[in-house]
Design a protein. Structure first.
Length: 290
């Protein structure tokens, strides 16, 4: 059997078109376009590529993007001051601080300072908490993008045995919460998991988010399972690969996402959706106050 390859690029492109149509309508009605502030510290090449992709998606959808490119030596206090200024600026709808941050900056404190109503990455403890209590507002982009991608592929999630590999704050944990919300029976695997192969072998849906090339062997996959690979790993020859052994897994799975071209574009598209949503939510909140 050869799996259906889920084309994340195409699904994301459709989502961007829908967002653009919505923003065009707003602007025609005399309302303003959403505005996203993107903060990048230093010159990490991978971060520069991610930030460029986000800027291009803003251009495609009509979102105003404002780049704050700061030196790696920027102090935590300077970054705090910028975030406070953006929190207070009524025309800024989304604030994104690209990670990883230089080691002298405490990422947890930075993320906690962002106004949850402008937290378009969906990383703030308030937004993770909203998802945990089944009242999601701004949802973490990658996990939410995975759910939207599976829905667009006609996959019914209710009742599936899902295994998430990786428990990071930004991806693995909110991914488990998203799948729980969607009605899956969720198992989270991590570095202390005793028998990863057995958990994978039982799963109807595997979401790999460990960041380790080749961690998930193709022969572990149950025939007909759905495989979503969030891993982005650079091999010594410069090629990008996921966490799953794609060649073998794609002969056993019913559906599989490629790396690149799978989840990555969905993360960017859901960031655009969150930025529009952040503006709409703040407009609703301010009209409720008057
Ligand atoms: N670094 C890698 N991926 C991401 C992301 O989705 N958001 C932020 N803020 N930083 C990242």
């Amino acid at each position: 059997m050869s799996a259906h390859i889920i084309d994340g690029k195409q699904i994301a492109s459709q989502l961007l078109e829908d967002i653009k149509a919505n923003i065009d309508q707003r602007v025609q009605a005399g309302k303003r376009a959403p505005c996203l502030a993107v903060i990048l510290l230093g010159d990490d090449p991978a971060s520069a590529i991610y930030v460029r992709n986000k800027r291009l998606a803003c251009e495609k959808t009509g979102i105003v993007s404002i780049a704050h490119n700061l030196p790696a030596s920027t102090s935590q206090e300077e970054l705090f001051a910028l975030i406070r200024q953006l929190n207070a600026d009524d025309t800024t709808d989304g604030i994104l601080v690209q990670s990883p941050l230089p080691h002298h900056i405490d990422e947890t404190e930075i993320l906690a300072l962002i106004d949850p109503a402008k937290d378009v990455d969906g990383f703030h403890p308030y937004n993770i908490g909203r998802l945990a209590v089944r009242q999601p507002l701004l949802r973490s982009c990658t996990p939410y993008g995975v759910i939207k991608m599976l829905q667009a592929s006609g996959i019914a999630l209710k009742g599936l045995d899902a295994v998430v590999v990786g428990v990071s704050n930004h991806v693995g944990r909110p991914m488990g919460l998203e799948l729980l919300l969607a009605g899956c029976t969720v198992t989270s695997c991590h570095r202390h998991t005793k028998d990863l192969a057995t958990h994978i072998g039982r799963a109807d849906l595997i979401v790999a988010a460990a960041g380790k090339a080749g961690l998930i062997k193709g022969e572990w996959i149950k025939p007909g399972a759905i495989v979503v690979d969030i891993g982005i790993n650079r091999l010594p020859d410069g090629k990008i690969t996921g966490d799953v052994d794609f060649a073998v897994a794609s002969q056993r799975a019913s559906h599989i996402t490629p790396v690149p071209g799978g989840v990555g574009p969905m993360t960017v598209a859901t960031l655009m959706e969150n930025t529009l949503k952040a503006l709409e939510l703040r407009e609703q909140a301010s009209s409720a106050r008057v």
